[in-house]
Design a protein around this ligand. Sequence first.
Ligand code: DGT
Length: 139
Amino acid sequence: MAVNKVVKKRNVWIPVVAGLIRRQGKVLVGQRPEGASLAGTWEFPGGKIELSESPEEALARELKEELGVDAEIGPLKFVATHTYGKTGILFLFYDVKFWKGQIKTQQHLDLRWVTPKELEKLELPEANSKFLKQILEVL
Ligand code: DGT
């Protein structure tokens, strides 16, 4: 007997963690490299959460990979969403105030410490410029 299976198509949500790394009134941003999606835009260091990682573990791993430091992940500051076509991104922004080691570019084209004013002038991924107001409020 043929079974009519109804497969419900669901859009996909990808959880992404990002760090607000702060020092002396400035926040760290990295320029996404050639070949990556959104190349050339300035992002907050971070990335996708792998299966079996907590968001904090994912962010600590990304900061080690991208900046070469052992970071202590602080509190969750805010959550935001953005959709690129059929893919939704769920962003979790964490405060990062402490880290061990010297921050060095490992994957980004460049890293910059910027004031909130300077941040407003940089080319950010659409997702970030959309909630820039919220970002600035927590800096
Ligand atoms: P992979 O393994 O190549 O997929 O990359 P991951 O896990 O390092 O993640 P990433 O950073 O390429 O992906 C994060 C997605 O979120 C990507 O579509 C870009 C987008 N995005 C928008 N704003 C930001 C931001 O401020 N920080 C980060 N990390 N991603 C952002």
